[in-house]
Design a protein around this ligand. Structure first.
Ligand SMILES: C[S@@+](CC[C@H](N)C(=O)[O-])C[C@H]1O[C@@H](n2cnc3c(N)ncnc32)[C@H](O)[C@@H]1O
Length: 286
């Protein structure tokens, strides 16, 4: 909910001449959920400017990346409207499904640990929208409950990379009904990775990349489809999160750097190469 608060503050621009983002729905969530006293405390906090600026920058970056990704799809296809999917991992109070790509045939899938919270947000925004004369429309938003920390176990348990994402999302009927691996897909990870171990990051990336394999077809077809998929993510600078941890303000359990993630990915690649070499050697023996 705090993320919605800082987006609301940036949007209403009370402290800024030119707000970087426009997320009016964040204000609706805050109004419905965050007590006035908590809002006042957050506003007078010493870290207020930093938090609001951080949220503004990452929201702007990911909003632009999402719109650019879809525009690129439209340019590369002959159709004006491209049926696409956006999967938001750790969606929380993200309002993109209700703000961006309106009127386009895009299916939004929101994943978080609590289905109740996602469904509550969906109902609240839809009801408020209807009451206000329907300006946000009725986007297709599928809510999925999953603990993404299970990613390493999921990847270890199956050989077929295409199974990793469905397994990670608990083989949920919502995901099975909505997700089409043949459609271009964008994955968004915002404000999520800092809650998860580096090994979990690598496993989530592997599960996402596994979807790029598509639904059969030749290698070239698969490569073309994979190139239409995208991932946009944000990770916190450790120093920022550590400051928050020292002050005991936010529950950052583990903060990782981009460098750590690269090390994990490289280690995985090396392990895979070693395994393949051993398999080849075994084949030669028999
Ligand atoms: C700081 S909030 C960010 C929410 C949203 N992406 C945004 O930027 O407004 C972190 C979100 O990640 C979710 N999250 C944390 N750990 C998770 C896990 N293991 N699996 C799924 N979601 C998780 C939390 O429930 C929360 O909604």
């Amino acid at each position: 909910m705090f993320t919605a608060f800082w987006r609301h503050c940036e949007t209403t621009g009370q402290q800024k001449a030119r707000p970087l983002i426009n997320d009016p729905l964040a204000g609706r969530l805050v109004e419905a959920f965050l007590p006035q006293a908590t809002q006042a405390a957050l506003r007078s906090d010493a870290a207020f400017d930093v938090a609001r600026n951080l949220l503004a920058c990452r929201t702007k970056f990911i909003d632009d990346a999402t719109v650019d990704w879809y525009a690129q799809l439209q340019r590369s296809s002959k159709a004006q409207a491209v049926a696409a999917q956006v999967v938001i991992l750790g969606a929380g109070m993200d309002t993109r499904a209700y703000r961006l790509l309106r009127g386009q045939p895009v299916t939004w899938m929101e994943v978080d640990t609590s289905l109740k919270t996602l469904a509550w947000k969906r109902e609240l925004l839809r009801t408020m929208d209807a009451d206000a004369g329907g300006t946000i429309g009725q986007p297709t938003v599928v809510c999925i409950e999953s603990d993404l920390a299970r990613a390493p176990d999921v990847v270890r348990a199956a050989d077929d990379a295409r199974q990793w994402l469905p397994a990670l999302l608990g083989h949920s009927p919502e995901f099975a009904d909505a997700f089409d691996a043949a459609r271009p897909t964008l994955f968004i990870l915002e404000g999520l990775l800092e809650y998860l171990e580096p090994s979990t990051h690598a496993a989530i990336f592997a599960a996402v990349a596994g979807q790029g394999m598509g639904n059969g077809g030749g290698g070239r077809q698969r490569r073309e489809q994979a190139s239409e998929n995208g991932i946009v993510l944000q990770n916190l600078e450790p120093s920022f999160g550590e400051t928050f941890n020292r002050q005991g303000r936010l529950p950052y359990q583990r903060l990782v750097t981009a460098a750590e993630q690269v090390v994990v990915v490289v280690r995985r690649r090396r392990r895979r190469r070693r395994r393949r070499r051993r398999e080849r050697e075994r084949e030669q023996l028999y």
